[in-house]
Design a protein around this ligand. Structure first.
Ligand SMILES: [Zn+2]
Length: 1024
């Protein structure tokens, strides 16, 4: 094969080939230097600037002024519309490919004939647009293009480092704009060379194929004369001979799928994401036109919705390629949401909105959940996926674990209730591969299930900021479809990958419980206002849906606000994106997110008001609406007949639209309250004694018998500060070493003094100084009949890289703490035996966490927090962080939040900790009604283990409601759902509200009887 023997000098041969394609060295004589031939400037360049995106029609009517290459534009995020006229001179030859080359940090979209045709980004290796594939005399030599440019790069405009807060005064310039002749044959040969050089490097000195590649590529350099294109075909066929030597049958198969991870907001605002989707996806369509085998997977219904609204022409092209099976919607969710913080119902709605959108627009039902870049995965996700018709799951983020290496790549993931999903982590540990030899080799080498699973995914295409696949990536993968010594590579789809994995799954292992990411644990706390907005809006939408269903039943003329509710849910779901709710986004995104919460609150308040108004006759008496299906005796803030504020004691059972209350002081709550102690009446316990010391709790104990909750010589409600300087990911990470910097907050500004002196409510208040700039003011509230003590907290926060927490050292000894998650709870260790235990030094939970031993425990409840830790007997709630990137002002300012501590006898289940945490989060809602309105109870459940979570109107089905319940204790139980609604039939349905044709629920005179297994979610369609 070779015309003469070569010396056995691997290094010189390899470097020789490397230099032959180098874009740095010897470009005067190497092959790379021949990639572009003649060039000429563009005929004219004109532009205009505008602060935000406008439609193409509007843009084309603007007054464009001339500019030169190198002129600067700005500031950051301004849109530059470029009008370019091109005349292609005949000196460029008759048959070249002509390209517009655009450099610089601008992200751009080329428009031609009124349609978007090509995205351009330097970081995404798309810097040129092919003006003409084949320039014959018949092709017009005069072309007009519009280029819409955003003054930001693919990753925003961070100052100094990528995740630094953006420089909003940055300027940008167009660095090159010219016509050049692109030499396609040179491109083809460069790919051959590059792939062979990489094979030599990747296979290394231990592999015979590595040497065969080395001698092949060396001979190609011998034969190739860059200045003589006639030498190229011989060189190409040498490479082809190598690539076409085939594998045996047992070789691993790599399923290559194009992908373009686009963060719905991160280092750029939502607005820019719309343009990112347009730029990235139009480029995908161009690639599909040229490469009929090319498959592209694409998640997040919200992004499709944006493109549908802003680029309707592109959207119909996408619909065409979806039909052809090349453009594949995946994931089934509205956005790629955070996997920890959204409530169970929010997660269901992510799928409900996502799957319904894909079905309506494309006739597609996603069979796989797709969440490659999210910071941990709730143990309830397998059940939620199964309930939404999904049996497969793809992610890779656990490869980011800082402490432990996750042991599987392909496995069954078993959730809290025992539901299972087939799960694949692409072994290359990336969702943005480039189709290089290194990528396909890593996919086999790093695969921890080699021999068990013979198939793996490679997702290729620039990601995070968009960009997507390139022609070069496709060319690379095409070369090595079946090349001896390398894994087989085939363009594939998620369906094909998972069906191969499923068919051969007998040896796969099972992982039970949550997929906890041992990194980014600061995201449970960063951007407290976003977290609070999420929690409050989740509860508000819950209440609106229930009140509207009650109104619908009471008043048949009432219009259920389905469309408006969908709009508000979609805003909430959007903010659950995996860089928004975690707080890892820039300030512009935070502003957008808080504005969306404000929209939900404002519009939601009106909807709730409408529904309550439709429920009863108007009047000036105070009524209360209870959206929770159990007995509530709570102190509520009301107004008396004269409009004066006062307190009342609510008296309700079940979901009711009028809750009665009394204002008598028959609840002798406080025998005494002073600045140091209080005595409170609590049902089933008797009286509880609280003792304060400068705001901390030194004692919480029932007055008679039983036991003390606070640990000996310790203080509960102890505020503590930590230094919080991570290694890199500022808003994301709190590192284990921060625990060594604990400092109690002890400086008293205002000592404890009595605010409410007794009767239904007693409270004391005090202030502490955190630092010169930050203070805490807290009111400790004790309500009659309330088994927990509330801490209504106001923090003025102006810190830098500090972490504020509150601690409760409790007199409980247990190896595990319990944390509420979506539709249930789970346990995590309180000790640090193994690396898997101590890696969870900061964990997430929802409304409550509990530490219990047999017959006694303490629960910590909250109204808007998600970060917890329980180490030995100290329960800690994480309150505020102060990272400086990517938002330099993250969490600065005033914060209001409430948490509560609840000592209890028995188990937390028997003590109704779960119900108490709901009560804290779902306040009884005050509304005006006529004084003779008759209270009406709509729903209740006869078993405390079962929570009625949701009541809503069924999608697409008039006269039907959906109710969703779950078993919350971790037990197998029977329960009866009692309702005063005129239910004709009740059917079990899935989470997408599809009726199970054979599972009719049994209705008795008592109600609807149901069976539950531990943590099971049950949805019913009630036909009225
Ligand atoms: Zn992401």
């Amino acid at each position: 094969m070779y015309h003469q023997p070569v010396l056995k000098n691997r290094r010189t041969l390899l470097e020789r080939a490397d230099k032959f394609i180098s874009d740095v060295y010897f470009t005067d004589s190497n092959l790379r230097g021949r990639l572009y031939a003649d060039s000429c400037p563009l005929e004219s360049l004109t532009s205009f600037l505008c602060p935000k995106r406008i439609t193409f029609t509007e843009a084309s009517k603007q007054n464009f002024v001339p500019y030169k290459v190198g002129d600067t534009f700005g500031p950051t995020y301004v849109i530059l519309s470029d009008f370019i006229s091109i005349f292609i001179p005949s000196m460029l030859g008759t048959n070249p490919s002509l390209m517009l080359v655009q450099g610089g940090g601008l992200a751009a979209m080329v428009w031609r004939d009124g349609q978007p045709v090509q995205g351009l980004t330097k970081e995404g290796e798309k810097t040129s647009y092919i003006v003409s594939e084949c320039l014959t005399d018949e092709v017009p030599h005069s072309v007009t293009l519009y280029v819409e440019m955003a003054c930001n790069g693919l990753f925003g405009a961070g100052q100094g480092s990528m995740i630094a807060a953006p420089d909003l005064n940055k300027t940008f310039s167009v660095q090159r704009a010219e016509l050049v002749v692109f030499n396609r044959d040179v491109r083809k040969l460069l790919t051959d060379f590059e792939m062979l050089v990489d094979i030599v490097k990747e296979l290394g000195e231990g592999e015979q194929r590595s040497y065969q590649a080395l001698y092949t590529v060396n001979e190609m350099v011998n034969l190739c004369d860059p200045s003589d294109p006639s030498s190229f075909s011989k060189v190409h066929s040498l490479a082809q001979n190598f690539f076409s030597q085939r594998n045996g049958e047992s070789q691993h198969t790599v399923h290559a799928m194009g992908h373009c991870h686009i963060d719905s907001a991160w280092l750029w605002p939502y607005e820019e994401t719309i343009r990112k989707c347009g730029r990235s996806w139009v480029t995908v369509i161009r690639l599909m036109e040229k490469n009929p085998e090319f498959v592209f997977t694409c998640s997040q219904a919200q992004q499709f919705q944006w493109v549908k609204s802003w680029y309707p022409g592109l959207f119909s092209q996408i619909q065409h390629y979806v039909k052809k099976g090349q453009f594949i919607p995946v994931g089934g969710t509205w956005v790629e949401m955070d996997g920890n913080l959204p409530s169970g119902e929010s997660m269901v709605r992510q799928f409900l909105e996502g799957q319904r959108f894909f079905s309506q627009e494309f006739g597609i039902h996603c069979k796989e959940f797709w969440l490659p870049d999210t910071f941990g995965y709730s143990a309830q996700l397998p059940q939620i996926m199964n309930g939404c018709g999904i049996s497969n799951f793809l992610t890779q983020k656990l490869s980011w674990n800082l402490v432990n290496t996750f042991p599987h790549n392909t496995f069954f993931w078993e959730g809290l209730d025992g539901s299972k999903v087939l799960t694949h982590f692409p072994p290359g540990n990336s969702y943005e591969m480039k189709g290089k030899i290194e990528d396909v080799m890593k996919t086999v080498k790093q695969n921890k299930d080699k021999g068990r699973a013979n198939h793996s995914a490679v997702l290729f295409g620039f990601g995070d900021g968009g960009g997507g696949p390139t022609q070069l990536m496709l060319d690379r993968l095409r070369r090595v479809q079946d090349t001896d010594g390398l894994p087989k590579v085939k363009m594939s789809t998620p369906a094909r990958l998972f069906s191969q994995l499923q068919a051969d799954s007998a040896l796969l292992c099972t992982w039970t419980g949550e997929l906890f990411l041992e990194l980014h644990n600061g995201t449970y706390t960063t951007q407290a206002q976003i977290k609070q907005g999420n929690r409050q809006c989740e509860t508000l939408l819950h209440d609106i849906e229930i009140a509207s269903c009650l109104a619908l039943c009471q008043d048949r003329t009432f219009q259920y606000p389905a469309e408006k509710l969908q709009e508000l849910w979609r805003l909430l779901l959007l903010n659950q994106f995996h860089d928004v709710i975690p707080g890892s986004c820039i300030e512009m995104v935070v502003e957008d997110a808080l504005r969306y919460y404000e929209d939900i609150r404002n519009d939601g308040a009106a909807l709730l008001n409408d529904a309550c108004g439709a429920l009863g006759s108007k009047g000036d008496a105070a009524g209360l609406f209870n959206s929770l299906p159990w007995e509530r005796h709570e102190v509520v803030q009301i107004q008396d007949g004269a409009g004066k504020p006062g307190l009342g004691m609510s008296d309700t059972y079940g979901i009711r639209y009028v809750v009665t209350f009394q204002t008598t002081t028959s609840y002798l709550m406080l025998c005494a309250i002073s600045a140091t102690a209080a005595l409170v009446q609590v049902p089933s316990v008797g009286f509880v004694y609280y003792s304060f010391n400068t705001g901390t709790l030194t004692s919480v104990a029932p007055f008679v018998g039983f036991r003390e909750a606070i640990s000996d010589s310790s203080h509960g409600n102890q505020f503590v500060m930590f230094d919080d300087v991570p290694l890199y990911w500022d808003a994301w990470d709190v590192m284990d070493y921060h625990l060594q910097t604990r400092k109690p907050v002890e400086q008293v500004v205002q000592p404890v003094h009595v605010v409410s002196s007794g009767g239904l409510r007693g409270s004391v208040s005090f202030s502490l100084r955190i630092s010169e700039k930050s203070t805490i003011t807290q009111e400790i509230i004790m309500d009659a009949m309330c088994p927990y003590i509330k801490f209504s907290t106001e923090v003025k926060w102006a810190e830098s890289h500090k972490f504020l927490k509150v601690e409760f050292p409790v007199r409980v000894h247990s190896p595990n703490g319990t944390y509420e998650i979506q539709f249930g709870h789970l346990q995590r260790p309180t000790h640090r035996n193994t690396s898997w235990d101590w890696a969870r030094f900061e964990v997430w939970g929802h409304k409550w966490a509990d530490l219990s031993e047999h017959n006694f425990g303490v629960a910590l409840l909250n109204d808007s927090k998600y970060g917890y830790s329980v180490h030995k007997n100290t329960m800690t709630l994480s309150l505020l962080r102060a990272p400086k990137a990517p938002d330099a002002n993250a969490d600065m300012g005033m914060h209001h939040f409430t948490y509560a501590v609840m000592p209890h006898s028995g188990s937390f289940q028997d003590a109704s900790v779960i119900q108490c945490a709901y009560n804290l989060n779902f306040p009884l809602r005050l509304f005006q009604c006529s004084p003779d309105t008759v209270p009406w109870s709509a729903f209740s459940v006869n078993n405390e283990a079962v929570i009625l979570e949701t009541i809503k109107q069924a999608e697409d089905r008039n006269g039907a409601l959906v109710v969703r319940l779950y078993e919350s204790h971790g037990s197998s139980v029977n329960a009866t759902l009692c309702t005063s609604f005129p239910v004709k039939e009740a059917w079990h349905c899935d989470l997408l509200e599809k009726q199970h044709p054979t599972q009719q629920a049994h209705i008795t005179s008592e109600g609807i009887t149901l069976n539950f297994s531990p943590f099971q979610i049950v949805s019913l369609l009630l036909i009225l």
